[in-house]
Design a protein around this ligand. Structure first.
Ligand code: ADP
Ligand code: MG
Length: 712
């Protein structure tokens, strides 16, 4: 097949020689097509510029001119005032900034700039106080209707050049861009062709045109991604021979009897949905999403025991040793009088124990298996695997789900997460899973009473309160971001917050954060000297950790100073108090998880957040927790404050293989493209010749990544 001109090296574009090609290469642009789909980073809208003669007092406007005067003067109060005057057609306006001396060096004489703001008349001149400033290139003229795309640049490549090269490429090649969406489908959705869209984003006459083009390109990107997910799901569903796990009234009653409480409506609903899937004979892939403390473990155990009753093995995998052991103990309690063969497999077994466990798993003798990632090592194989339950899925990599797939039968998979993912995002990350939502907490729970407690007398009061509660029989967690003095901060197991420009804000040096060891020492001999206090962190030996957890669970320790090792899943209903040191060092989702450790029983839960420094932003973030008790609301607020990458625990453009879409900006397109993708796959239309180019694109983009192939 002939090479398409679009795949040709960028060098063959007019005005691009080897040297410029190398510069463009630094921006990741190799081919003509790369350049065509290199979207502008923003748009300069000169259509809204107000002539200086038509300025109206107090009304927002945008003026454009050349810098003709620069000055900075001290004010009487010891500050500075910076002034920048710009001129156009013999008229002048001034921008002024108080106490922002760093503004001045940004300007040079003759710079062409745009000021936006609300001007005031002062001493016979128009003045903008702290206007928003955009620097224009000499080339930024109204030639293209005044709407000018701006691109990412690299050292040695200037905006006018970049624009000229792109424009040339668009004029010569854009019409060759093939459109994988059939015309009828485009018409139905009122979308321009991809070729048109490329023209619109690079050569727009109006802002609306640019947006129309951008929307089409993003739509294509998301649609292909969603089609990949839908095809993966279909491949799973078609895989033959998932075990049929029937539900009988007798088994149902027998399982329910193991619990000292009736199930909540949410639990019953989730169980019903799961049982339906398990009975179909094709592999279940279901996500159980529920807030912290909603009782997901019950649903997991129910499903696992049902599987065992049908003669298959059930596996429960947890992200940490502490949590795996807790699940193990819960099962031991439930199954005290049962003959179900169970095995615990974690990284802490001795080689001999491990071999024994492996043998039981392989032979099928082990019916119920609990463990950590140790379960998905290559040397573990299952005799008759029926169901895999993965707890706190967000702690595992996205791809670990597939690893259990045995050769002969495909096990059912239930993944559980308490990191509430805003609904719109859930559609991408888990778009190939069926969703069960449990939005109900067991009866009697009250929201955890959450407070931001500033340093000083307020904290003293909080400690006094905590001491009274301990004396009354409650237990407390005290969480610190670090283990010891020199330690790296452990708090940010989530990616750190991102700054305005999208780059990661480096975590501040740990010197001024609290360490668990230090706090432990101080509390034990100070405020909590009358109580038994324990210390728990990830660097303690395994047995030591287990012993500490056992003592705390048994109520023999009244306070537990710890790092985030308690973050997920730990369930001690008598613990009702939580203190978090340096709270702003933790992500909101993480704090919500931590807060979920208390208020799990009948006692009112309290959460005291101790900030170490109170910037307005960190204050605003923490207030989200004070205001919202539901994890879903916290997640939505987090999403708005920080962007989706951090909410998912992946970087915005990190894990998700998207080309042009930005989940934050384009969230509204997610449900649309998902529905469209599902429809195309379900109806079989994607397999018709008309859609062959689209399907081909999806397979070449995602085939390997998502483990789907053409036949599927
Ligand atoms: P999570 O969803 O966070 O994993 P768990 O499964 O650990 O929550 O359950 C939290 C607590 O709620 C546990 O102590 C559990 O025994 C209790 N619980 C679960 N279901 C119910 C119920 N239906 N009624 C009363 N308590 C329940
Ligand atoms: Mg749990």
């Amino acid at each position: 097949m002939d090479e398409s001109p679009l795949d040709r090296s960028i060098q063959f574009i007019k005005g691009v020689g080897p040297q410029r090609a190398a510069l463009l290469g630094r921006l990741g642009l190799q081919t003509v097509s790369d350049l065509l789909f290199n979207l502008p980073r923003d748009l300069l809208d000169l259509t809204q510029v107000t002539p200086m003669g038509s300025i109206v007092e107090g009304e927002s406007c945008q003026v454009r001119g050349r810098v003709v005067d620069l000055d900075a003067r001290p004010t009487r109060k010891g500050g500075t005032v910076t002034g920048v005057a710009i001129e156009a057609h013999g008229q002048y306006v001034r921008g002024i900034w108080f106490n922002q001396p760093w503004i001045l060096p940004k300007f040079r004489f003759n710079d062409c700039v745009l000021f936006s703001g609300k001007p005031k008349r002062r001493a016979g001149r128009w003045e903008f106080s702290s206007p928003h400033v955009q620097w224009l290139d000499p080339d930024d003229t109204d030639a293209h209707g005044g709407v000018i795309p701006r691109y990412h640049l690299t050292e040695g490549l200037k905006m006018p050049e970049m624009r000229r090269i792109t424009r040339g490429a668009v004029e010569e090649f854009a019409h060759l861009v093939p459109d994988p969406l059939p015309e009828a489908c485009r018409a139905e959705l009122e979308l321009p062709s991809l070729a048109q869209a490329v023209r619109l984003v690079h050569l727009p006459v109006t802002v609306e045109q640019f947006q129309q083009g951008l929307r089409r390109i993003v739509h294509q990107d998301l649609l292909e991604f969603q089609l990949g997910l839908s095809l993966r799901r279909r491949a799973w569903q078609r895989t033959a021979m998932a075990p049929v796990i029937p539900l009988t009234a007798k088994v149902d009653a027998r399982i329910r009897r193991l619990f000292p409480f009736p199930f909540t409506g949410g639990q019953d609903r989730a169980i019903r949905e799961i049982c339906h899937d398990l009975g179909l004979g094709r592999a279940m892939h279901r996500l159980l999403q529920a807030d912290v403390g909603a009782g997901k473990t019950v649903v997991a155990i129910y499903s696992l025991l049902l599987t065992v009753a049908a003669g298959y093995q059930g596996v429960l995998m947890a992200p940490t040793e502490v949590l795996a052991r807790q699940h193990w103990q819960t099962l031991e309690r439930c199954l005290a009088h049962s003959r179900v063969e169970r095995v615990l497999l974690t990284g802490q077994l001795t080689p001999a124990e491990r071999r024994e466990a492996q043998e039981k798993i392989r032979s099928g003798q082990a019916q119920l298996i609990v463990g950590t990632q140790a379960l998905i090592q290559k040397d573990v194989s299952f005799g008759r695997l029926g169901l895999v339950v993965i707890d706190e899925q967000h702690r595992f990599g996205v791809r670990q789900r597939a690893r259990f797939a045995a050769d002969a039968i495909t096990p059912h998979t239930l993944v559980m997460t308490a990191t509430p993912i805003p609904r719109s995002l859930c559609l991408t990350q888990f778009g190939d899973l069926d969703l069960s939502l449990m939005d109900e907490l067991p009866p009697g729970r009250q929201p955890v009473s959450t407070h931001i407690v500033a340093t000083g007398p307020q904290q003293t009061k909080a400690w006094e309160f905590l001491v009274r509660k301990l004396a009354a029989g409650r237990q407390a967690y005290v969480v610190c971001p670090r283990i010891e003095g020199e330690e790296e901060s452990l708090a940010m197991t989530e990616p750190p917050a991102t700054g305005e420009d999208g780059t990661a804000v480096a975590p501040a040096p740990p010197a001024n954060t609290s360490s668990a060891e230090q706090v432990f020492k101080e509390l034990r001999t100070g405020l909590l000297k009358d109580f038994r206090v324990g210390l728990l962190h990830g660097q303690l030996a395994g047995e030591h950790k287990q012993e500490i957890m056992r003592l705390f669970r048994a109520g023999e320790l009244q306070a537990l100073v710890s790092t985030t090792v308690i973050e997920v899943g730990v369930d001690v209903p008598n613990a009702s108090l939580l203190v978090v040191f340096d709270a702003e060092r933790f992500g909101l989702a993480q704090l919500h998880q931590l807060r979920g450790r208390v208020g799990r029983g009948v006692h009112q839960g309290y959460c005291f957040l101790f900030p170490s420094s109170a910037t307005p932003e960190s204050q605003k973030r923490l207030e989200v927790l004070v205001r919202h008790s539901s994890g879903f609301e916290v997640a939505e607020a987090d999403f708005r404050l920080r962007g989706p990458g951090d909410v998912l625990g992946t970087r915005q453009h990190g894990d998700l293989p998207l080309e042009s879409a930005d989940l934050f900006r384009d969230a509204s397109l997610l449900p649309t493209t998902r529905d469209q993708a599902q429809e195309l796959v379900r109806s079989g239309r994607l397999d018709t010749p008309e859609y062959a180019p689209l399907k081909q694109r999806v397979l070449s983009r995602f085939g390997e990544l998502m483990e789907i192939s053409g036949g599927g």
